[in-house]
Design a protein around this ligand. Structure first.
Ligand code: MUC
Ligand code: MG
Length: 374
């Protein structure tokens, strides 16, 4: 089935509370949607998200839209959607970088392919190994008492027992004290992990990780700047608490280098930074071959983007550190008619056809920056 058209929408969705990261505070999360139509009118939809314009990644939502429309779209119109791997190869020959843009287009092509065959998208990746997966929640209100209350509510409702704290902003010692108070309140009922989002230098990381390890923290994500593989390797070999690479491990080439130099104990997978679903499967293979455990990351996608991640992660047999596919719970509203379901500390993998989500075109129209033409 040949691809007839591709439309891109930049959509601003409000969140239920401010979400503080090192580089940005999210009050409205911007997602980018792609709609690919085949010549006989079947639609494939996909979503990619980034955080804080161009502050998390080099690719802003506006750049994603522009570069797809100008450089990627002409490469895929008239091509067969079912050849999505060959299509990605063609795009990679002509477009450098632009991983988020490529991930968005590939996912829409895959949704269209799976819908055409009336199968879930995970069947195109070998089938699912999990129907649901553990799901972390990020405590990022910035207030210790509020975070403790939020964690205890999640535990009581059996929604989450894994909590990630964003501690890249502000005074490192105060942040570490904040985390240790939360761990003390939660005790053995929950796993407490931290994400530094590249904010520490190595000297700061040394004393902070020591205190976090003593305080019972289970995982330290991206303590150093993404390019400092040597520093990450030193931290990984020095501490018992696992050090996870997130921003460091984007492309498969970075995954290989990190694995080779043991510059992390764990990989955080994300479809956007890797440049697509196929690239994430390759990253998982590098990790498997290197004995590096995996974590199913998020860029805080809404329901559609989360369905894409959940379906793909469900095809990876070992996801030792679980996932953080909590995105839809942070949004006030949705661009799909159906919802991602959470139960018993896990996120359920949506069923097909495609990624299993039905787009709510009225909502896309309402929140999109573009004049909606479908
Ligand atoms: C990141 O760096 O992991 C994921 C969860 C969250 O709160 O922020 C994101 C990005
Ligand atoms: Mg991270």
């Amino acid at each position: 089935m040949k691809i007839h058209s591709l439309d891109i929408y930049v959509v601003d969705l409000p969140t239920i509370r401010p979400h503080h990261l090192a580089m940005h505070t999210i009050v409205t999360q911007t997602i980018v949607l792609a709609c690919i139509r085949s010549e006989d009118g079947v639609e494939g939809w996909a979503e990619v998200a980034t955080i804080g314009g161009a502050s998390y990644s080099e690719e802003s939502p506006e750049a994603i839209k522009f570069n797809i429309e100008k450089y990627i779209k002409p490469l895929i119109i008239g091509e067969y959607a079912r050849n999505f791997d060959a299509l990605s190869y063609k795009i990679n020959l002509h477009v450098k970088g632009n991983y988020y843009a490529k991930a968005l287009v590939e996912a829409a092509v895959i949704d269209l392919t799976a819908r055409t065959q009336n199968i879930p998208a995970y069947d195109l990746f070998g089938g699912k190994c999990h129907s649901s997966m553990p799901v972390a929640w990020t405590l990022a209100s910035g207030d210790t008492a509020k975070d403790i209350e939020e964690a205890q509510r999640c535990l009581a409702e059996r929604k989450h027992n894994i909590f990630k704290l964003k501690i890249g902003k502000g005074d490192p010692r105060a942040n570490v004290a904040h985390v240790i108070k939360i761990k003390a309140a939660v005790g053995n009922a929950g796993s407490i992990r931290v994400d530094v989002n590249q904010a520490w230098d190595e000297a700061t990381a040394l004393y902070c990780i020591e205190a976090l390890e003593d305080g019972g923290v289970d995982l330290v994500e991206q303590p150093l700047v993404r390019w400092n593989h040597e520093g990450m390797a030193r931290l990984s070999s020095r501490f018992k608490v696992p050090i996870m690479a997130d921003e460091s491990v984007g492309t498969i080439h970075e995954a290989y280098q990190i694995a080779k130099h043991r510059a992390a104990d764990v990989f955080a997978l994300k479809i956007a930074k890797a440049g697509g679903l196929t690239a994430v499967k390759k990253t998982a293979a590098i990790a498997e071959a290197s004995g590096i455990p995996l974590y199913g990351g998020t860029m805080i996608e809404s329901s559609l983007g989360t369905a894409i991640c959940a379906q793909l992660y469900s095809t990876i047999p070992e996801m030792a550190f679980g996932t953080e596919l909590f995105g839809p719970l942070l949004f006030k509203d949705n661009v799909t008619l159906n919802r991602i379901e959470y139960e018993n500390f896990e996120v359920k993998v949506p069923e097909g056809p495609g990624f299993g989500m039905e787009i709510d075109k009225e909502k896309v129209k309402h929140y999109s920056r573009e004049v909606y033409i479908v």
